[in-house]
Design a protein around this ligand. Structure first.
Ligand code: C5P
Length: 230
């Protein structure tokens, strides 16, 4: 028996492809999508905008509770535009600096609790695909399908390097590996909701797989569980 609001979680470190894979799987299924990392990134940006220090837990908790963020779907199959206090911040939140700031605010327990109900509100029919670090362990522990993506640090840095190069941004590959490892360490070692696979997660190592192959692996799991879908 499956419920009317099934959830498929995709967790993993940065650069494992969760975002793009989540988008493609959600489009194939026609389900809603939550990029939970974007919430942490928007919160970090809001903190910067309002002059709140990234360590000020009580102030960040209040900011998280009142965060005026909108995910605006412009076109099916394309990531939504993200608005903070009505302003389009889709590109602004994607920098390495914001990723690092997001990972700092993400270590604060009060912030994580404040963002819980906001994330759970995305669970709407016909279903939800969500990606992050703790989707299968904390936010949706009862999800029907949990995926955990992995890839070596070298491969993840190489993917990020190519993405940035395409945008015309010049970066050093070794610096990227260093930053990735630093962020991994913070995400894995934090006291609350650390990055780790749920016990019932299906692990997929993406090092030698294309995005389409990862999507197909996930869709085959979906077909097993929801034999009525596709
Ligand atoms: O996935 P993305 O790179 O956008 O996430 C940015 C940061 O937000 C992560 O490094 C992580 O520290 C934090 N995050 C989190 N929990 C999530 C999603 C993201 O702590 N569910």
């Amino acid at each position: 028996m499956t419920r009317k609001k099934p959830v498929l979680t995709i967790d993993g470190a940065s650069g494992t492809g969760k975002g793009v894979v989540g988008q493609l799987v959600a489009t194939r299924l026609g389900w809603n999508l939550l990029d939970s990392g974007a919430l942490y990134r928007v919160l970090a940006l809001a903190a910067q905008k309002h002059g709140v220090a990234l360590e000020n837990e009580p102030a960040l908790e209040v900011l998280a509770e009142h965060l005026d963020v909108q995910f605006k779907v412009i076109e099916t199959g394309v990531p939504p535009h993200i608005l903070l206090e009505g302003q389009d911040v889709t590109e602004t939140i994607r920098t390495e600096k914001m990723g690092n700031a997001a990972s700092k605010v993400g270590t604060l327990p009060a912030v994580r609790t404040a963002l819980l109900s906001r994330q759970r509100a995305f669970r709407e029919p016909p279903g939800l695909v969500t990606d992050g670090r703790d989707m299968g362990t904390v936010v949706f522990p009862d999800a029907e399908i949990k995926i955990f993506l992995t890839a070596s640090a070298k491969e993840r840095a190489r993917r990020r390097y190519n993405q940035l190069k395409e945008k015309g941004i010049d970066v050093n590959l070794d610096d990227l590996v260093g930053e990735l490892l630093e962020r991994d360490k913070r995400d894995q070692e934090r006291a609350v909701a650390p990055l780790r696979p749920a016990v019932d997660a299906i692990r997929i190592d993406t090092d030698t797989l294309t995005i389409e192959q990862v999507v197909e692996r996930i869709m085959s799991e979906v077909r097993k569980i929801f034999s009525s879908i596709h």
